[in-house]
Design a protein around this ligand. Structure first.
Ligand code: TRP
Ligand code: SF4
Length: 404
């Protein structure tokens, strides 16, 4: 759900893990590149989030951050379209995190599935910290401070967006009710003009009394079309529809990103911890040698032994990179041993290298002149901060903190 009258905005963050690999490219970044053309997009480096699990080791955040941003740009994320920034440069995130922590029941955080999972998985680290428990709340602050309507994330992050919705609802419930909000809503209805006011009342009644969802949708659409009332009044009437007050922090939706089907060099999921990656900016020789030494169906000990593509990780990569003609050729050639594995890998290598050339080319200006990256991030931070400040002004005000 978005604030009426504002364009749909998507926001997503990534922890600075250093250089990204083709799994990130196919799983996340290509999606961002599509989204930036359709929505107002905010993408940021979640550097504070990295500290929640790596607070002891003093990781080199800085190198990880800049290399990762270059990978985003190399993927085609366009700083002219999307706003790119770094979490820790917008201290308002921390302020909202703190204020939201006042209204967040501990039990909500304890029941987030990643909390227990990660504690068990990373059991060599001591994760019984306030910061780690608060990880998803910080994420909620990241999202709510930009009033994002959509949050592109993988499946594992959906519970965090769910929590964000609950926090927003609670916040709006607690602070969205002005003391005289019914009178204000009535006054706002009148400002829409006779016809629209009548329709709004009718639709609101149908929704609040009969729970008719389509009336709710129509009423929202009606509000969206109103040109002669202020944004504040729109928000008020939006909230009034559901019997609540003003919506200060809109509830975001998760935009589920399909899991990347791209397997690693050993056929498992591509991941740094499995040491089976091709980096987005590996050079051509390295990519070629990684692919050439990739294991194949173990049944093909000798060139003359037939194999089965279903038992071969190379075949999984063919699924992503080559077309059906090549697939037919692989299946027939592998099963009859009429082609060798080296032959089989060649069209795959060609396609991966083709993809790499574009990625490399887009990175060149930034690797040659790193100040470009710093500059575009500085610009992005400035834009992001303006939006964050607007939200915080309202949040401080409704929480009674805007006093002199
Ligand atoms: N937790 C996310 C991850 O690990 C990163 C993240 C932090 C994020 N803040 C966010 C993602 C806000 C989306 C929106 O992938
Ligand atoms: Fe794998 Fe291709 Fe070799 Fe068959 S021919 S085992 S599919 S690399």
């Amino acid at each position: 759900m978005s604030v009426p009258g504002t364009p749909e905005r998507v926001l997503s963050g990534m922890r600075p893990t250093g250089r990204l690999h083709l799994g990130h490219y196919h799983g996340v970044l290509k999606n961002w590149v599509e989204l930036q053309n359709e929505y107002e997009s905010f993408f940021f480096v979640a550097d504070w989030h990295a500290l929640t699990t790596h607070y002891e080791t003093r990781i080199d955040v800085s190198e990880n951050v800049w290399e990762m941003v270059i990978d985003w740009l190399a993927a085609g994320v366009d700083p002219g379209r999307a706003t790119l920034f770094i979490q820790s440069r917008i201290p308002e995130h921390a302020e909202l995190n703190l204020l939201l922590s006042m209204i967040t029941p501990l039990s909500w955080l304890e029941r987030v599935p990643t909390y227990k999972d990660q504690q068990e998985k990373l059991n060599e680290r001591d994760l019984s910290t306030h910061g780690f428990l608060g990880y998803p709340l910080l994420q909620s602050a990241d999202i709510l401070i930009y009033r994002a309507s959509g949050v592109p994330v993988g499946e594992d992050q959906v519970p965090h967006v769910e929590l964000t919705r609950e926090i927003a609802r609670r916040f709006n419930y607690l602070y969205g009710r002005e003391p005289d909000y019914e009178e204000r809503a009535e006054a706002a209805i009148v400002k829409m003009g006779k016809k629209a006011a009548k329709l709004y009342r009718k639709l609101r009644q149908a929704y609040t009394e009969q729970g008719d969802e389509s009336s709710l949708d129509r009423a929202r659409a009606l509000l969206n079309d109103q040109q002669n009332i202020t944004l504040g009044d729109k928000e008020r009437l939006y909230g009034f529809l559901e019997g609540g007050g003003r919506i200060i922090l809109p509830e975001p939706d998760a935009l589920l990103t399909k899991a990347s089907r791209l397997p690693g060099l050993d056929g498992q999921k591509m991941s740094k911890s499995y040491n089976n990656t091709i980096l987005m900016r590996d050079d051509a020789d390295r990519i070629e040698s990684k692919l050439r030494s990739m294991p194949t169906d173990p049944a093909r000990m000798r060139r003359t032994d037939p194999g089965d593509p279903e038992k071969c990780p190379v075949w999984s990569l063919h699924q992503i990179y080559t077309g059906s003609d090549v697939h037919d050729w692989v299946v027939a050639g592998c099963k009859s041993a009429s082609i060798g594995c080296i032959d089989c890998k060649q069209p795959l290598i060609d396609e991966v290298l083709k993809e790499q050339r574009d990625i490399h080319q887009r990175a060149v200006p930034y690797t040659e002149d790193p100040t470009l990256v710093k500059k575009l991030i500085a610009d992005g931070c400035e834009r992001a901060q303006e939006v964050a400040e607007d939200t915080m002004d309202e949040v401080r005000e409704v929480m009674g903190l805007n006093y002199s």
